[in-house]
Design a protein around this ligand. Structure first.
Ligand SMILES: NC(=O)c1ccc[n+]([C@@H]2O[C@H](COP(=O)([O-])OP(=O)(O)OC[C@H]3O[C@@H](n4cnc5c(N)ncnc54)[C@H](OP(=O)(O)O)[C@@H]3O)[C@@H](O)[C@H]2O)c1
Length: 357
């Protein structure tokens, strides 16, 4: 039996109630202080994972109690110490490889320091996250009969680990590409390097999200912002928005108020076998985030090695993990948003909007 660990944490204070029901009765200001000092805990035992080829694995979800905001605002050293402690707990439980969920891979250097402090290897899960985000975009474009080449693609969070790799993989397939983030220096550097390698292509950058959205046919949004950064009113009618970020970049009302826009979640994966996570992520049965799926795939394959580490995702690994996912029976969990599969009716509405633009 292969063994893995995966580190989780509450994105916001409300999420704590999934493991600690009492927390919903504690005022936020007090809860925020308490969770800085809570020990890292085993959140669940994952059972029943078996691949298409017959290999089996079990795992442990270990919880770090800090929220996304705390991970970004507390001193990095303190946050890393808590994440390393959570990983050590997974190590003691028997994990032979550990995946870093949500902000535990964002804080600091993308897992490098964490890996140096452990006896077992680590992966951020970002390679498979990139692969599934692109697969979801291609599938959505096909459903809407939208020609990728003729589309204006906007990548938000384009200088980040996932955004950069998505951009590099799609740059040759679109005529117009706009990169968005806050730091203009990094944006310019990345844009210049892309232009050098892709002569003649129209590649721009901007720090103004609202300024670029009205012209975007396809948006991949994968920022590390704590709050929603995409507002319904700025989206082009007939556009596709693939939201890979957790917490989400797309404001909740977009899906409700804009029936002419297709919002999908990137990075959701259907797992083979009768897997029981024994933890409520608010996802359908046997469905996990791609970063967790990457950890499971590496365990099933017996690839106990530091896989996706640091801020630069290797495009070779994106392809490799996609092939391994196929081999073990993992696949994209369809096109979903807000805990539901996108309905045929919705595709029809957005297709109509595309044809009238
Ligand atoms: N679905 C999944 O399975 C899965 C797996 C892994 C990660 N994720 C999620 O993916 C997201 C990104 O992860 P990552 O590892 O790529 O993070 P990262 O390397 O830290 O990159 C974050 C990017 O977002 C930009 N950014 C941050 N705040 C912004 C804002 N307010 N407006 C515009 N851009 C902003 C950053 O650039 P500037 O600082 O210059 O703005 C950077 O380009 C996170 O939400 C994470 O939880 C999802």
């Amino acid at each position: 039996m292969k063994k893995f660990g995966f580190i989780i944490h509450p994105l916001e204070l409300n999420d704590l109630a999934r493991k600690f029901p009492f927390s919903s009765k504690v005022p936020d200001s007090i809860l925020e202080k308490i969770i800085r000092y809570l020990p890292q805990v085993k959140a669940s035992h994952v059972t029943g994972l078996s691949s298409k080829g017959g290999s089996e694995a079990e795992g442990w979800l270990v919880g770090c109690t800090l929220t996304a905001e705390q991970m970004l605002t507390m001193p990095t050293k303190k946050v890393l110490k808590q994440i390393i402690n959570a990983c050590k707990k997974a190590e003691r439980l028997g994990a032979r490889i550990i995946g870093l969920g949500a902000y535990t891979s964002i804080v600091g250097d993308g897992g490098v320091t964490i890996a140096k402090n452990l006896n077992v290897p680590v992966t951020t899960g970002n390679s498979y996250t990139v692969a599934t985000a692109i697969e979801a975009i291609r599938l959505a474009a096909k459903k809407l009969e939208l020609n990728l080449q003729e589309s204006n693609l906007v990548v938000i969070g384009a200088t980040g680990s996932i955004g950069k790799a998505c951009t590099k993989l799609l740059v040759k397939e679109v005529n117009n590409l706009t990169l968005v983030a806050r730091n203009e220096i990094k944006l310019k550097e990345f844009t210049d390097s892309l232009k050098k390698l892709n002569d003649g292509q129209n590649i721009n950058y901007s720090t103004d999200i609202n300024g670029v959205l009205p012209k975007a046919d396809i948006v991949i949004t994968v920022s590390s912002a704590i709050d929603a950064i995409i507002d319904a009113k700025n989206l082009k009618s007939g556009s596709i928005v693939c939201d890979v970020a957790r917490p989400r970049d797309v404001a909740k009302q977009v899906s409700k108020n804009r029936s002419d826009v297709l919002v999908i979640e990137g990075g959701l994966v259907k797992v083979p076998g009768e897997v029981e996570l024994n933890f409520n992520f608010g996802l359908p049965p046997r469905t996990v985030y791609a970063c967790m799926a990457e950890t499971m795939i590496l365990a099933l394959e017996g690839r106990y090695e530091n896989y996706t580490l640091g801020k630069d995702v290797s495009l070779h690994k994106v392809k490799e993990i996609q092939a391994l996912a196929q081999k073990h029976g993992f696949k994209l969990a369809g096109l979903r948003y807000s805990e539901k599969e996108v309905s045929e009716e919705r595709f029809k509405q957005v297709r109509q909007a595309v044809s009238s633009t």
